[in-house]
Design a protein around this ligand. Structure first.
Ligand SMILES: [Zn+2]
Ligand SMILES: [Zn+2]
Length: 264
């Protein structure tokens, strides 16, 4: 049985087909999924998915790309994180890919928002779901600085960064989650990273509706396709796909579900 550790089932292209997607998941042996929140405005809907379905959980957070919507305070995040089935803070992090002419100085609001999420994670004891794009050094730098104020755990989701960043993330105690990108022809460097990351620190995800793995590349992604990511990880590590399914499911339970009373 597989777990999709990162999907956006509240996005319209998936939300409108939820029954069909749940049936596809069951048929593919994908028994659980973590529904990721990207705006405070979206939270009630994401949380509704987790409340209504025993095999869904959710996060609370505001994506670094979110602009012109509610800016979260630590209390906004902590209050929502205390609700049942909220098991993570995020997705949060830094994304300098779409600067739109702005300097890095002008992106200070993104770094401050990231720190707000890290403080909420410390306060609740929940793991962070980290999104980082074109901003690996600042992401690692802020996590290191904040680590001085108390331990945080979590995952670098949809990992596409270098080997050096993978090492730094692992050194900070974080997990690394691989998506369908791992199956793309051009992802040779990323496949080297996946060979390197110890299985006990690996998660798998779809990040659906985006980034469908080969052989579905270009189509609308869904949690039912996460076995294709597991298959690629298994191939790279010369393991049986069942072993990758079992290990990544166990890692998911340890990171998000155990030792918290939020998993009920
Ligand atoms: Zn992301
Ligand atoms: Zn995402």
């Amino acid at each position: 049985m597989y777990v999709d550790s990162h999907c956006h089932l509240s996005f319209p292209e998936l939300r409108s087909r939820l029954d069909e997607i749940r049936a596809d998941m069951a048929a593919a042996g994908v028994d659980r999924a973590l529904c990721i929140c990207t705006t405070l405005e979206e939270f009630e809907d994401v949380h509704g998915l987790a409340r209504e379905h025993a095999n869904f959980w959710c996060s609370v957070g505001v994506h670094p790309d979110t602009e012109n919507l509610a800016e979260p305070t630590v209390d906004d995040l902590v209050g929502r994180a205390r609700r049942p089935k909220v098991v993570a803070i995020g997705e949060t992090g830094l994304d300098y890919h779409r600067l739109e002419g702005r300097t890095l100085d002008e992106m200070a609001w993104q770094r401050e928002r990231f720190r707000v999420h890290i403080r909420a994670a410390r306060e609740t004891g929940l793991p962070l779901v980290i999104h980082t794009r074109s901003a690996a050094d600042d992401t690692i730098g802020i996590l290191r600085e904040e680590a001085a104020h108390g331990e945080t755990r979590g995952v670098f989701h949809c990992f596409t960064e270098s080997m050096a960043t993978a090492r730094a993330a692992l050194d900070l105690g974080f997990h690394i989650s691989f998506s369908g990108i791992l199956t793309f022809k051009s992802a040779e460097e990323l496949r080297a990273v996946a060979r390197f990351v110890p299985l006990e620190r690996c998660l798998i995800e779809t990040d659906s509706p985006y980034l469908a793995p080969v052989p579905f590349r270009g189509k609308v992604n869904s949690p039912a396709y996460v076995p294709w990511v597991a298959k690629q990880v298994a191939q790279l590590k010369a393991l049986a796909v069942e072993d990758v399914a079992e290990a990544t499911s166990r890692n998911f339970e340890r990171l998000f579900l155990e030792g918290r009373n939020h998993s009920k």
